[in-house]
Ligand binder design. Structure first.
Ligand SMILES: [Mn+2]
Length: 299
């Protein structure tokens, strides 16, 4: 073997069956549907293995805050365990409130080495607090929470790990947002790459800038993908579709550049709704995005 790529990653898929953070709770069925469909599987150089699908404990099903708090606390612990074992966690939601658990767990595992950078790929900003949200839905809040803003119970999930540094966070694919959350991100100085900018500069150029942001002074970086970043004409199977999104192929090409980067420590795919995906196009897209980060067999 003469190739110089780093050793194959061992990907551990962790399901997070959350629906309580969204108006349509059927994203809770996403992880089971994707596992049944066989969306993520072994490749010649990369081991992909399903871990548990975490569910909301019965005692926490009374309110969305309790449900999200209980599930995300368990998820943070599981993600940390997988990283400490030297493996690569791929979290599969569930509505996007699972991101609180995913990235708190990654931060805990990384804390001794330095801060975490995060690329948030989404049609929305997910940066509301209870003071700004028009809907009250928790899946519209996880990025604010990870930056240390919003409901104290949500910010406390996963314990006293450091908060994300705004200068190491960016959003890609935004095309639907409210003024309150946009004001928070602007005040914090978080870079937002809206769809218009992506269409004028190209996703490749935007991704170069995004990678510089999340690598600057960090111990590692992750990618959180809300499947609604993709165009619903192609991929309809999401919780909150918005027209005019990214093409599957262009996003897969951007992600393919990360596959063998040792600083890339975790990925998340959220908001899969199998009831809106009768032809499996969205499940196939999720599979393509994971395949993109798998190191390929050298020619
Ligand atoms: Mn989202």
């Amino acid at each position: 073997m003469t190739h110089t790529r780093s050793p194959a990653r061992s990907i551990v898929v962790i399901g997070a069956a959350s629906g309580a953070g969204a108006p349509d709770p059927r994203t809770a069925e996403g992880p089971d549907a994707l596992r049944r469909y066989g969306a993520f599987h072994d490749t010649p150089l990369q081991h992909v293995e399903w871990d548990a699908i975490l569910r909301v404990p019965r005692a926490a099903r009374d309110t969305p805050l309790h449900a999200v708090g209980a599930l995300d606390a368990r998820l943070a612990a599981e993600v940390e365990r997988v990283l400490v074992a030297g493996r690569f966690p791929l979290v599969v939601g569930g509505d996007h409130s699972v991101a609180i658990g995913t990235w708190r767990g990654v931060q805990r595992a990384l804390a001794a080495r330095g801060p975490l950078g995060l690329i948030w790929i989404d049609a929305h900003m997910d940066s509301h607090t209870f003071a700004t949200t028009p809907s009250g839905q928790l899946h519209g809040m996880p990025l604010a929470v990870l930056l240390g803003h919003g409901d104290a119970a949500l910010v406390a999930i996963g314990g006293p790990a450091p908060r994300l540094r705004p200068g190491n966070v960016c959003l890609i694919g935004v095309r639907s947002f409210e003024t309150g959350e946009a004001a928070l991100l602007e005040r914090l100085g978080v870079r937002v790459f809206a769809m218009e900018e992506i269409r004028s500069r190209g996703l490749g150029a935007v991704f170069d800038e995004a990678l510089a942001i999340v690598r600057r002074g960090t111990a590692g970086f992750g990618v959180s993908i809300d499947l609604d970043a993709l165009d619903p004409d192609e991929e309809p199977g999401v919780g909150s579709p918005v027209p005019g999104g990214l093409c599957r192929a262009e996003l897969a090409a951007a992600l393919a550049r990360l596959g063998d980067d040792p600083a890339f420590v975790a990925m998340e795919i959220a908001e899969y709704n199998p009831h809106r995906d009768p032809g499996h196009a969205t499940a196939d897209a999720a599979a393509a995005l994971v395949d993109a980060i798998a190191p390929k067999k050298p020619a």
